[in-house]
Design a protein around this ligand. Structure first.
Ligand SMILES: Cc1ncc(COP(=O)(O)O)c(C=O)c1O
Length: 441
């Protein structure tokens, strides 16, 4: 797979190097030069393929020129050892549940694949670092991203992960998810805020006397190795639809940084039949406003109940522009967008649970409300809607319980964490202490 940088267009690399690098050297995002078309045979077989079998074939099309089949298959199967079931919620509306991985959110797909891609890349190319040694993935987290990354890299050879989180500022379940993994995952409990954790990590990356000693990387969310897997579940959703609905599906993606939506656009360019994409946002409506007015105005984010989507300047917007060569008319042909208020979000959680017995996280509810509106339009009278259910509702109990007027039970997998013993190293908000820790002093 050949990729170019969205900044200079003249900067090129291949997938395995892009996965190690994250951002391009000129600060741009890596973007595939071309997306492969999947064969009619693939779509014919798709309904009978498991998630892992489908993933092997799609990944082969993406990166089979760099990773031989005998290497690709085991690492893809190992990354995607859980499914994305499509659940019928109402007559014409389905939820694609992306929360059956270890941390109960869609990020598991991207993080598990990226970890294996990085490990493979090191195996093939070795380390360019003069001191050799393990690659150290350094992450600051306010809760969720850290655990998806930690789980993704758990027991991956040649890599260790150090997670910094703010003491007392993540939920109990999140803390247990970060601190009970052991093996190659270490948790540093920083006596400070999330911003302090981020500042410490940033300083580490800029500290030449540290990076001379150990090889550091960031496992950033804009890494192309996290993005490619986000196209896979669109194929899996399509495969689970009744045959007669397969050409009329609207995919609704609850959006923040628009990585998930970009994954869907990749799937469509590879041949997946999609009637329309619907990018649903909360009150952070930069994208719907852009489609309305034709002008992109990044704004500061505002807080909403779907807080993982509180983004005023989506990082993948530039990738969407690249896909459509900057033509807003072309974007409008494929994508609709709608913003949903905080009140409607919570009311949707409550109503859908009451009417259909289906409980959603607030992010999924934003998508559900937007899809109901779209399906009511005459143009979509014959369509079905698929909403990406991006996280398990129990992860957002504190947000939805007051609206529901009852508690939401933690699934067994989360309860398992709560029972385990926390193992963290407490450090003050002091860079010298972080550095000493990383150097093993
Ligand atoms: C639960 C949940 N839903 C939706 C989103 C938005 O996804 P994206 O940033 O890819 O648009 C996120 C992002 O972190 C999330 O955590």
């Amino acid at each position: 797979m050949n990729l170019y940088s969205t900044n200079s267009h003249a900067l090129h690399t291949d997938f395995l190097h892009a996965a190690m690098q994250g951002l391009a050297g000129d600060g741009g995002l890596w973007m595939p030069e071309a997306l492969p078309r999947l064969s009619a045979e693939f779509f014919h077989d798709l309904p009978s393929l498991s998630f892992a079998e489908m993933a092997v074939r799609v990944m082969q099309a993406y990166i089979g020129d760099e990773v031989p089949a005998q290497d690709l298959e085991p690492f893809v199967r190992d990354a995607f050892n859980f499914d994305a079931p499509l659940v019928r919620v109402s007559d014409r509306l389905y939820a694609l549940e992306l929360f059956h991985g270890p941390t109960l959110a869609f990020k598991d797909f991207g993080a598990r694949f990226m970890a294996r891609a990085m490990s493979y890349s090191r195996k093939i190319f070795g380390t360019t670092h003069p001191k050799g040694g393990d690659l150290c993935v350094l992450v600051a987290t306010s809760g969720d991203t850290g655990s998806a990354v930690a789980h993704g890299f758990w027991n991956v050879p040649g890599i260790r992960v150090v997670i910094l989180y703010p003491q007392g500022k993540v939920s109990d379940v999140q803390e247990k998810q970060l601190t009970t993994m052991g093996a190659n995952i270490a948790a540093l409990e920083v006596q400070g805020t999330f911003d302090d954790c981020q500042a410490l990590v940033k300083r580490a990356f800029q500290d030449a006397s540290l990076t001379q000693e150990i090889e550091l990387t960031s496992a950033n969310s804009i890494n192309i190795a996290r993005l490619l897997p986000q196209s896979l579940y669109y194929f899996r959703a399509w495969a689970q639809l009744p045959a007669e609905a397969r050409n009329s599906a609207v995919f609704c993606t609850p959006s923040g940084n628009f990585g998930n939506l970009t994954g869907g656009l990749f799937a469509q360019k590879m041949g997946l039949p999609v009637k329309k994409f619907l990018a649903a946002t909360n009150r952070n409506d930069t994208f719907p406003q852009y489609l309305l007015s034709g002008t992109y105005n990044a704004k500061p984010s505002v807080e909403t109940p779907s807080n993982a989507m509180d983004v005023g300047n989506p990082s993948n917007f530039v990738r969407i522009q690249e896909l459509y060569n900057g033509s807003i008319d072309a974007v409008r042909r494929d994508i609709r967008s709608a913003s949903v208020s905080d009140e409607e979000t919570l009311a949707t959680v409550v109503r859908v649970e009451k009417e259909h017995g289906y409980l959603m996280c607030p992010h999924t509810a934003v998508g559900y409300a937007a899809t109901e509106r779209l399906l009511a339009e005459p143009e979509f009278a014959d369509s079905v809607g698929i909403v990406l259910a991006t996280a398990h509702p129990a992860k957002f109990g504190t947000v939805i319980e007051p609206a529901l007027g009852k508690t939401v039970a933690l699934p067994e997998r989360l309860q398992d964490y709560v029972r385990k013993e926390k193992r963290s190293t407490v450090i003050p908000n002091d860079y010298a202490r972080l550095k000493a820790y990383l150097l093993g002093n």
